[in-house]
Ligand binder design. Structure first.
Ligand code: NI
Ligand code: MN
Length: 231
């Protein structure tokens, strides 16, 4: 089984069935909802995936990358920053719409409508297209939308996603109503809400989101530290 663990906000840990360990958007140090710190990933990690450059997605990425030597998978622009400014050696840049077959599975970068600033030391001048990820892991297609508005592009994901991780916080991303419309376009088996409840502007009731989505898709509300296993 593959394991998907939520660490609060938009941070997800994935351990694949054969033991490859990934983290998506590691935001732990300043994340009031996280139950772990960045040290949790520093002993062993294989891949860091970054949807975009905002602080609440990349805060702990650079330290984790330098301590583990993990491979960064992100936009070509964020990978260029990691290589040029940080001297990080293992980077695999993708452009929006492009994918690559990694040893653990396929990663495709998907569109997101959001901001492109890179909140990192020496990151001025790196304007980075925001995105999401469509992962093929074993039998499961896992879509992490990243920070995004509801987009018409989501209709192209119809019946191509088994589990969709969608932001519902509103203010910076889709709110519950738009995320429910996204779920209705994509038609995944399961929807996992994220990017809510971290700070007052993105306070949401996930049970209200559930009432907007079910029974078309199942809504799985993960508390920080909780794991969902899938094939
Ligand atoms: Ni953002
Ligand atoms: Mn964010």
């Amino acid at each position: 089984m593959n394991r998907l663990t939520f660490h609060g906000h938009a941070t997800f840990e994935i351990v694949t069935h054969e033991g490859t360990r990934l983290v998506v958007d590691p935001f732990l140090t300043s994340n009031p909802k996280a139950t772990i710190g960045a040290d949790y990933f520093c002993d062993r990690l294989d891949y860091v995936l970054l949807t975009h450059g905002h602080f609440d997605h990349v805060e702990d990425a650079w330290r984790i990358l330098s301590e583990t030597g993990a491979t960064l998978i992100s936009s070509v622009e964020i990978c260029a920053y990691a290589e040029t400014v940080l001297g990080h050696e293992n980077n695999h840049g993708l452009s929006i719409g492009g994918g690559h077959d990694f040893p653990f599975g396929r990663v495709k970068m998907t569109t997101a409508i959001h901001g492109g600033r890179l909140d990192a030391e020496g990151g001025d001048g790196y304007t980075c297209p925001p995105g999401g990820f469509l992962l093929h892991l074993g039998k499961t297609r896992l879509y992490l939308a990243g920070d995004t508005a509801l987009t018409a592009d989501m209709q192209f994901l119809e019946d191509r996603v088994d589990i969709a991780v969608l932001p519902i916080g509103d203010n910076f991303t889709m709110g519950p109503e738009d995320a429910a419309r996204a779920a209705n376009l994509i038609k995944p088996r399961t929807v996992i809400p994220c990017h809510y409840g971290t700070w007052p502007p993105i306070e949401q009731d996930p049970e209200r989101f559930r009432s907007l989505v079910e029974p078309r898709s199942d809504v799985l509300v993960l508390a920080p530290g909780e794991t969902h296993e899938f094939e």
